[in-house]
Every structure is written in C-alpha cells, then in structure tokens.
Design a protein around this ligand. Structure first.
Ligand code: ADP
Length: 750
C-alpha cells in the first residue's frame, strides 16, 4: 500500500447479531460523517463474519451508497452470527483483512455479544498484528501504521436490554409493531369477549411488554425481571375477573418470551392461556408475535436517534487518541450519551443473575429508573379495585387547546391511576367553556375503557380560555363541582390561560386548589418538558407522509417543499428533516434570508445538474412571513429552468389526527400518574400550588407556573432555549455532499 493512502484514516461500520430497525440510519450516519471528515468509509457485509471473510464483504462506500436506506427496515449491509469470529483464528483473518485495507477504526452496531466480540478483537489486535507479521502476511510497516484498533459501539436490539442507554436502536419501532398487533387483537377480543395471551419478544427484558401493556390497555403482564411468587396464578385470575366485573370486554395478558417462575421453570403463553380457560372459563387464544416485531419501516425515533448515535460514534473513533477507551454510544434523555463499552456490557450481563436471585428490584433498577416507574404505573392503571383507601377527594380532569394524540391516554391514565390512589375523578368536558357551563361528571374505571387507543379527545376540548375577569366564574365552577385538585392536559393555550389566572388565585378561594399541567401538544413548544404528548405521533405522521411523497416523486425529477405545523416552534420541521434526510430545513428560530436562499437554490440546481432526481426542503409553517411555502415554490420553479419540477405539500391536520404511538400513549399515562401523585401530595399537605410537569436535574418533576416566563417566551410560544436546535449541524453534515465529483446512483438521498 502506498504511504499516501495510509495517511487517510479509514473506518468501517458493521451491523451484527439480531437485526433491528434503525440500523440503516446508523450506517448512513457513520459513513457520511467519516466522508465529511475526510476519512475513507467502509461497510462490512454480514456482520463480524464479513470481517473474517474479507473480499467483497468489506466494501468501500461512497456518499451515495447510503442513499435511500434510512426508511428501510432491517439492515441493508446484512448481519450474521459468526462462529468463526469467536475463535482467535477467525479474528486473525479479520485483522489481516482490515490492515490490508488500512482500516483501524470500527463502529459496531449490535447487541452485547457483538460488542464483546469486538472488544476482544480490539484487545488482541497488537498481538494479532505481530502474528501476521511473523507469518509474513502483512509487512512490518503495515503493522506499525496500525498499532491500535479503535472501536465504538452502538446497540442495535429491539429488546431495549442494554445498560448505558435509555433506548436501543429498534426498540421504538418494535414497540410500534407490537402495539399495532395488540390494538388489532383488542378489537377482536372485545367483539367476542375473548381473552388473549400475547407473547412479546425480549429474552431477558420486559421493556417492550410493560410499555405496550400500558399503551394497549392490557390487564396483566409477566416479565423476566419479576419472577412471580407461588400463587401468581390466583392473582392473574382475580385480576381478569375483576376486569370483567368492571365492564371490560377484552382480557389481554402480555407475556415476555423469557419469563420464568421462582423455581426457574419457564412460563409459556400456552400455559397461561390454559390456566385462564380452566380457571376463568374464558375462551382464550394465544398469539405469538414473533419476527413481525423486527420488521417494517423504522419509526421516526429510530431514524433520528440512530442518526445522532452513528454520527457521534464515527466522530469518537476518528478523534480517538492513544489512550482511547471504547465507548458505547447511547442516548440519555434525548441526548447522545457515552459509557465505557465493557462497563455497559458487564452491567447488562449481571442482570440475569439478579433475576435468578429473585432480586426483582435490583433487576428493574438496572434497567434504568423509568423501567420500575412504568411497572408501577401499569400496576396502578390495570387494577380495577382501588389500591388505597378513599381519600375523599375529587380530581378534576380536562383538556384545553388543540388536539394532541395521546390526550385520551393521559386522561384514561389519570382516571385509573387516580382511582387506584383512592380519589374520585370528575371529567370536565370541552375545556373551560364546558367547565363554566357545568358540563362536568364523574368518570369511573369502565368509563375510559378503550380510550388509550383513540386519537382525538374523548372528553372534548376547546381553544377558548377564560379572560382574567372570568376568574370568579372559574372559581365558582370548581367549587360547585367540589373539585379539590385539577389536572389540565393541554398545550400553549392551557399554560397561558392558567398563567394569567394565577394572578387572581389569592382573590378566589375556589381557585385555591392544586393545579397540574400535563404537556400535550404536537408542536412540542412547552416549557420544562422535551417531548410533549402528541409530538412523537405527529412526527411519525410527517415521516410517513414524506416517505410516500418520495415514492410518488421517484419517477421524475422533483424538488419538494413540505410544510409542517408547529407555529413558531421548529421542532417538527427539524426532527422530520433529520429523520428523512432532507437537504434543507427552514425554521422560525433561524429564519431564511435572501443570501441563504440564494445558496440553497444554487446547490439544488447543481445537484439536479449532476444527476440527482430528488430534493427535499422541510419548512415550518411560520418559518418566515415573506418567504412563504408558495414563495419558495415559485422561486425554485423559476430557477429550475425546466430542469426539474417543484411541488409544495402542506401536510396540515393529518399531523394532529394520527392514532397515538405506543410512546405517546405510555408516556401520557406515566405523566398522568406523576401528576396524580403530586396532586395527592398537595391535597394531603393542604397546599394549592400550580405547577407544570418538568424535568428537574434529570428527574421527572414539576416547576412552578408562576416562574414560567423565566424559561418560556409567551409571545413566541416556545421555550427560550430548545434542546433540539443544535441538531441542524448534524443534519447539514449528513445532507451536504462534500464538493467534488458526484457519482449519482438513483440520485435520491432518501
Ligand atoms: P448480539 O450481538 O445481538 O448479542 P450474539 O450474542 O449472537 O448477538 O453475538 C453476535 C456475534 O458476536 C456472535 O455470533 C459472535 O460472532 C460474536 N461474539 C459474541 N460473543 C463473543 C465473544 N465472547 N467473543 C468473540 N465473539 C463474540
């Protein structure tokens, strides 16, 4: 190899172990980040086996080799389990194959097995090179030029079973697949008053099961982390019977595939079904979801998050110094987070021992703080009988403002969790006007049956909010219905209305009740909370719509401008752009200028001239007053000079109307439970604070409404600082082809 070639760093990416949706986004991000940084990028086909095999299984990748892959399920570069790589002899061949190509940096996307194997390879690397030199397979110069193998890991696994990351790549999409199936089963089960036992994947991890049980309104779960104590069968039957007595038409039990009882005997779905048939006399069916859970297009989250992970992993391995410690690149609270790779693997591998020792608490804690919380929420909402004595209190629940998918799950969660905590719940229909009209009535456990699935607002909502001089009326209405605490599920209008009413709280005893605000808005423009209820669903709707637009546009040369909602908050536009690999995004936070539009148009025209067939701009609806979507369409059309067509697509209300995603449903229920807990504490302490859900020091908490304006711009209707703003940089790195000759394949960067 010529010395000049060796000077360019070379990096390879591979996917290994079980496939998962979102691996392609990671591969795309790694390859493009490497190329943008001036490195050579390689893809290894068929996982670690491809390293051993070499040949055309290790291919140099260009910018366009990763075009049009982000929306595909599975992994386009293949994956495999490799017996050869487990042997030193296999790894010796792998080392030779890499050194021959000048590759000494590796990003591995896989599970704990793959990451362990890769780390062993890294540790052995200098010895392997010495052996190759001794055997005359590589030269001493080659060995000297690559003394260190740098590896970075990202976890591809639908199970969400890795310590060190909140989410593994593919878990969110799997959750979506499961919830689609569970929704379908729930409707047929309800029609026939049947029971269904559904097996969910997750060898040692109950994450998918718990989340989908909350999101799907299941009655009972069995998860690997909690080996049920003897007598669990009685509890299961009692729960199902109580559900029937409370008016449930379907019975749904979710069983994670790796469940055992305390004696270590596996618990199979069939065994559970037989039990229900025999003891409850129910017509019970088993459904094993199986590999469907791995399939299908990745969700929006499984596009933007793996993109960020891949970008970060590539940067890490390219920047690594001689003392580099291999890192697992994961995510913590929507940010890329790193942890020493083998520490994460060791902690993950310690969990089965905790399970076997019946340390359910320890096993759940090891899964992260939100795991145990989700189990607690599920227990609260799935038991029809109150778990606490009556508190003699009434919590009022209402929606205010625009629709957000998941609002119903929030109310249903509040009702059931509130009842479990001994409260009565009053449903306030159609927002503030409903409250003032007296459209208020009790909501019982069966009243919210099936709500969790539904889009729209079962309680009804209204954009009309009280003026400050109606404060006395609001107070009187709350008093008239004996409301001791109020949960308001809504967006900007809800926050702004209560903020204004707060000034009058001291004047009216009726307003002296605690108020909790639960963030629900597709715009994701609320203070204190990074992902409001509904935003994930809206983002998925947008991404699916753009996928369809691309297909429709693929036959002809087209530039598309897609306009998203969000008012003056660019969250949906930015995250959608990142999720679909758009070339440009126009935000109100960073409004387009004439100079920028000039550059963008020039780049677009140059792209089409050199063979591209698709160009995508995403524009937030209020990005700019003058440079409207129609203005952009006309500008692009004029400048295309007939080279390509230009279309504008305003997505409109489809963004608000989707069936809520599993994520939105489960989080709505979890936040509702938090609010109920907080309101309970307030009532017991005789306090009447008004607060909104907020992340405080990395924990789910609340923040005082009276101080909202410190972090929230009421005029612009968005937080003063928005966590996602710096994602534009990553998007631009990945969508801006470095200048130079363009090799067009199908031209489209999908
Ligand atoms: P996952 O990566 O999803 O956990 P596996 O456990 O099947 O999947 O591991 C995938 C591959 O990683 C294995 O087929 C093997 O090639 C490699 N691997 C796993 N563990 C080791 C190990 N201890 N040493 C070397 N290679 C390993």
């Amino acid at each position: 190899m010529a010395p000049s070639e060796q000077r360019r760093p070379a990096l390879a990416v591979l996917t290994s172990g079980g496939d998962s949706q979102g691996m392609n986004a990671t591969v795309r991000a790694v390859v493009r980040t490497a190329i943008a940084r001036g490195a050579d990028a390689y893809a290894v086909y068929e996982g670690l086996q491809g390293l051993v095999d070499g040949g055309d299984r290790i291919r140099r990748f260009d910018w366009d080799d990763v075009s049009g892959i982000m929306h595909l399920g599975g992994t386009v570069i293949g994956t495999a389990r490799s017996a050869d790589f487990r042997e030193r002899s296999g790894r010796l061949r792998a080392a030779r194959n890499l050194v021959e190509r000048g590759i000494d940096r590796l990003v591995v996307v896989g599970g704990d097995g793959s990451l362990t194997g890769a780390d062993t390879f890294r540790a052995e690397w200098p010895g392997l090179l010495d052996e190759l030199v001794a055997g005359g397979e590589i030269s001493a110069e080659q060995s000297d030029a690559h003394r260190q193998l740098v590896i970075g890991g990202a976890v591809g696994s639908i199970d969400n079973d890795m310590v060190g990351t909140d989410k593994t790549i593919g878990a969110d999409s799997a959750m979506q697949r499961i919830i689609e199936a569970v929704d379908a089963l729930a409707s047929t089960a309800a029609s026939h008053q049947r029971s269904f036992v559904v097996e969910v994947m997750g060898r040692h991890c109950g994450y998918l099961t718990v989340m989908c049980a909350i999101a799907g309104g299941a009655d009972y779960i069995l998860i690997p982390e909690v080996r049920p104590a003897p007598g669990w069968e009685d509890e299961l039957i009692a729960r199902l019977m109580a559900g029937r007595a409370a008016g449930r038409r379907d019975n749904l039990v979710l069983v994670a595939e790796g469940c055992h009882d305390r004696s270590g005997t596996p618990i199979t779905p069939q065994q559970v079904a037989d039990l229900i048939t025999e003891r409850a006399g129910e017509d019970t069916r088993v459904t094993i979801l199986g590999h469907v859970q791995r399939g299908g297009a990745p969700s929006a989250y499984d596009r933007w998050m793996p993109t960020l992970m891949g970008h970060a992993a590539a940067e890490d391995v390219l920047d690594a110094g001689p003392d580099h410690v291999s890192q697992l690149v994961g995510v913590r609270r929507n940010r890329v987070a790193r942890m020493p790779l083998m520490e994460a693997v060791a902690q993950t591998r310690a969990i089965p021992a905790l399970i076997e020792a019946d340390d359910a608490k320890g096993a759940m804690a090891a899964r992260g703080s939100s795991f145990a919380e989700m189990v607690r929420v599920f227990e609260g909402i799935s038991k029809p009988e109150p778990m606490f004595p009556s508190q003699g209190t009434t919590i009022g629940v209402m929606h205010v403002g625009g629709l957000a998918p998941g609002m119903n799950a929030a109310v249903a969660g509040a009702v059931r969790f509130g009842i479990s905590r001994g409260h009565d719940i009053a449903g306030i229909r159609r927002g503030f006007p409903g409250l003032l009209r007296g459209d208020v009535g009790p909501l019982g456990w069966p009243d919210v049956e099936g709500w969790v699935v539904r889009p729209g607002s079962e309680l009804g909502t209204s954009r009309t909010t009280p003026t400050p001089d109606q404060a006395a009326e609001v107070a009187a209405a709350l008093e008239a219905h004996s409301i001791d605490a109020l949960l308001v599920v809504g967006g900007h209008r809800a926050y702004a209305a209560l903020y204004a009413l707060l000034e009058h709280r001291a004047e009216h005893p009726g307003l002296q009740v605690p108020v909790a605000l639960l963030p629900a808005s597709i715009d994701n423009n609320l203070p204190g909370w990074e992902m409001s209820i509904g935003a994930d669903t809206a983002l998925n709707e947008i991404v699916q719509a753009i996928d369809m637009i691309r297909v429709a546009a693929s036959a002809s040369r087209r530039a598309f401008i897609v306009e998203t909602m969000g008012r003056r908050c660019g969250f949906l536009a930015q995250l959608a752009a990142l999720s679909v690999g758009a070339e440009e995004v126009y935000l109100n936070e960073d409004p387009p200028t004439l100079a920028r539009l000039n550059e963008d148009v020039a780049a677009m025209v140059a792209g089409f001239r050199s063979g591209r067939s698709f160009h995508l701009s995403v524009r937030n609806e209020q990005a700019s007053e003058g440079y409207t979507t129609e203005f952009l369409r006309q500008l692009f059309t004029e400048e295309s000079q007939g080279l390509f067509g230009v279309r504008a697509q305003i997505l409109g209300h489809l963004q608000q109307g989707g069936t809520p995603t599993a994520f939105d449903r489960a989080h709505a229920a979890a936040l509702a439970a938090r609010c109920v807990d907080w309101l309970t504490g307030q009532v017991l302490a005789g306090r009447h604070d008004w607060r909104y859900v907020a992340m405080v020091d990395g924990e789910v908490s609340t923040a005082s409404l009276s101080r909202m304006a410190e972090t929230y711009d009421l005029d612009a209707r968005r937080p003063r600082e928005q966590w996602w703003m710096d994602l534009t940089d990553v998007m631009q790195v990945l969508s801006t082809r470095p200048t130079g000759p363009v090799v067009a394949l199908d031209g489209a960067d999908r």
